[in-house]
Design a protein around this ligand. Structure first.
Ligand code: ADP
Ligand code: MG
Length: 308
């Protein structure tokens, strides 16, 4: 279908404590309302499975289940758990969904802040057995699993799935800065998102990130911060220290075929810091952009493309 017969449209709504958005090209008589409803429903389904903020979500029920016992879980949740465990291993534990208790202990999450005396000590990563065929999983450890560092990305992939199901082939969808694009804009150019210069106040751009049938996620210590008893804390936990992250990076953006993978890797590289983050991104061929606290680019997209 030629672009002359298509019209640019935009939709948005609430999702995961933020907002989802979709910009797309569709025929004149396209039913925006039906699409908006389907997008909203797909995200609601993700939250029912993966939200730490809903006590009855599948992940929270799994958290309350005893170790060692198989539990039936929905396929999407198992997919996210499997990806999370894999990226956890590949990142040497920098990405770690077992940080749920630490997140609460530091007052950064859905749970109420627990006194310091209940802080987990001698922390180790969780162990899980995932049976994709049997649609079940069991855990061997007691850590509270927290999917907040990957579920938003998966939500964006769900938006993408719905866009395709509606026959759309030119769109940019996202939740709160995690974006995924398909096709190109009416002028033939790729979809692009702004790469914000780190800094808490002014929203200035460092450049634009062109997206060609891929996703981008950004993790940063400059805007997603939490005020706890007068202290400004990163909402990302450094699992090796068991404390909110403090290091030399201001933000990390990762491009990947899926937003789920981009989301988790952005958090992982952020935790690893400039030196280890760049080294691992090069070794694994991740397309990443790392910005140091001082504002300088320690890895650009071109570096990533050029490889090690
Ligand atoms: P960012 O946009 O900074 O990547 P996300 O929203 O993707 O942030 O993820 C942050 C959330 O992930 C935190 O609020 C917490 O629930 C969880 N989290 C914190 N530290 C880690 C970690 N090291 N690995 C995985 N998840 C984490
Ligand atoms: Mg993330």
């Amino acid at each position: 279908m030629s672009f002359e017969t298509l019209r640019r449209r935009a939709l948005n709504g609430p999702a995961m404590g933020a907002r989802w958005s979709a910009v797309f090209h569709a025929p004149e008589n396209f039913d925006d309302g039906a699409l908006a409803l389907a997008l909203q429903e797909a995200l609601e389904a993700v939250e029912l499975q993966m939200s730490a903020w809903r006590p009855e979500s599948d992940i929270e029920r799994f958290n309350r289940a005893p170790p060692g016992v198989w539990r039936a879980l929905p396929q999407n949740l198992l997919t996210v758990l499997e990806a999370a465990m894999e990226i956890g291993a590949l990142s040497g534990g920098a990405f770690d969904i077992g940080v749920g208790d630490l997140v609460n202990a530091w007052g950064l999450g859905a749970g109420s802040r627990t006194p310091d005396s209940t802080m987990p000590v001698g922390y180790t990563a969780p162990t899980l057995q995932i049976d994709m065929r049997g649609l079940r999983a069991r855990k061997f450890s007691r850590q509270r699993l927290d999917l907040s560092g990957i579920a938003k990305g998966f939500g964006v992939d769900e938006l993408a799935r719905v866009m395709r199901a509606f026959g759309l082939s030119s769109w940019l969808v996202g939740i709160d800065g995690e974006m995924r694009a398909c096709g190109h804009k009416a002028d033939g150019r790729p979809w692009a998102v702004g790469h914000e210069r780190p800094g808490r106040d002014a929203r200035e751009l460092m450049g634009v990130i062109a997206l060609q049938d891929c996703a981008v996620a950004t993790s940063g210590n400059y805007r997603h911060v939490v005020e706890v008893e007068g202290h400004t804390l990163s909402h990302t936990i450094d699992p090796r220290r068991g404390a909110p992250l403090v290091n030399d990076l201001a933000c990390v953006s990762v491009l990947a075929p899926s937003a789920m993978v981009a989301d988790a890797w952005a958090t992982a590289l952020m935790v690893l810091g400039a030196e280890q983050g760049v080294r691992l991104a090069r070794r694994l061929g991740l397309e990443a952009i790392l910005v140091a606290n001082a504002g300088d680019l320690v890895m650009s997209r071109d570096d990533a493309r050029a490889g090690a």
